[in-house]
Design a protein around this ligand. Structure first.
Ligand code: NDP
Length: 326
């Protein structure tokens, strides 16, 4: 038996508890992992609170990320004792996830824990940090360099945002951090932000084209914020859009795309191919200062995970949450 967060019931009426789970109840898979650390991402918080239909079948163990040690494997790719990391693939949505002492998974979904990181650090990065790197790589592959001009990161005190600010600053970009929490100025500057912009500046509808300001942008907000970001891009600027913290809608015009040649890159971490994941984790090992991870992370114990999910969605958590499981 092992402990895990269990979501039961159905879409309209779900209950969540810290439960005692039986290994026999684990789903099918060719690799069994003893989970050492998991984390709470935005999506996990949506699943646990039931605020969005993330959970596709019940009962479900949430947790889209885990880091741990293989205990059994019938796959030639992994053997008992291997340290592994999992991000996404629908785990924690339609396959039992990382917020439990054990998980049974497909070998195809696992990568070896990068040598640069401990299991705890890998979860401080988690899907949020790996997505931030996918966004940075999208800007790079579309030609945005530190010489191109100022880059923008929205939701800067959140998980994706914090890692994105730190990565871009380390790579030599001048970063404007968009936040609804001006009191976190010292934190954002410690990650490398050169200036802050209040979220309210981007939250109201404006003209189809605003002053050409940003060479690149990483957006976790969607909604009006993303529309305002697009309107303020420089000629041939690039926006990497990965989130919907402000909304699922996109009340924009085509003006930035057809008159300024702006590129909007969609970023999905969940089904990204393994080669892209390995490349992103390799770049995280090279370009993320491990000492900054400590200032970005808060540890939350199993018995506080359910409350923490509500705090995360209410914007009361800074950076990343790490959940020690073992
Ligand atoms: P967090 O909750 O850690 O961060 C979200 C941040 O967004 C908040 O901290 C806040 O930052 C900002 N924010 C909150 N509400 C609003 C609002 N109404 N308008 C503008 N900004 C707002 O979440 P994560 O960083 O884990 O995830 C961010 C988003 O990215 C989520 O929508 C998530 O679903 C998505 N995501 C997508 C992935 C993909 O594969 N596409 C992978 C990972 C995440 P501040 O207070 O500084 O303004």
């Amino acid at each position: 038996m092992f402990k895990g967060i269990l979501i039961e019931g159905d879409r309209k009426n779900q209950t969540v508890s810290l439960a005692s789970l039986d290994e026999a109840a684990l789903p099918e898979g060719d690799v069994t992992v003893e989970v050492e650390y998991s984390t709470l991402n935005y999506k996990d918080a949506l699943a646990i609170t039931g605020r969005s239909p993330i959970v596709k079948s019940y009962p479900m163990v949430p947790g889209i990320d885990l880091a741990g040690v293989v205990t059994e494997s019938s796959s030639p790719e992994f053997k008992a004792g291997d340290k592994v990391v999992l991000n996404g693939w629908g785990v924690g949505e339609k396959h039992w996830g990382g917020l439990a002492g054990k998980a049974r998974l497909s070998a195809d979904w696992l990568i070896k824990l990068p040598e640069a990181f401990s299991a705890r650090q890998a979860m401080a990065i988690g899907t949020a940090g790996y997505t931030a790197m996918l966004c940075v790589q999208a800007l790079e592959s579309h030609g945005v360099t530190p010489d191109s001009g100022e880059v923008l990161v929205t939701g800067a005190t959140g998980g994706v945002g914090s890692v994105a600010v730190a990565l871009l600053a380390k790579l030599g970009y001048s970063v404007t951090a968009v936040t609804g929490r001006p009191e976190e100025e010292a934190y954002l500057k410690s990650l490398g932000a050169s200036q802050l912009l209040d979220r309210s500046e981007l939250s109201e509808p404006g003209k189809p084209l605003a002053r050409e300001t940003w060479a690149g942008a990483i957006d976790v907000a969607g909604g009006q914020v993303l529309a305002s970001v697009c309107a303020g891009m420089k000629y041939r600027g690039v926006v990497a859009a990965c989130g919907l913290a402000a909304g699922m809608d996109f009340p924009a015009t085509v003006a930035p795309f057809i008159l300024r040649g702006v590129t909007l890159c969609g970023i999905d971490s969940v089904m990204a191919p393994k080669a892209d994941r390995l490349a992103a984790w390799q770049r995280l090992a090279e370009d993320l200062s491990p000492e900054l991870l400590d200032s970005m992370m808060t540890e939350v114990w199993f018995d506080d995970v359910i409350d923490a999910a509500g705090r995360l969605l209410d914007g009361k958590i800074r950076g990343r949450i790490v959940v020690p499981v073992a």
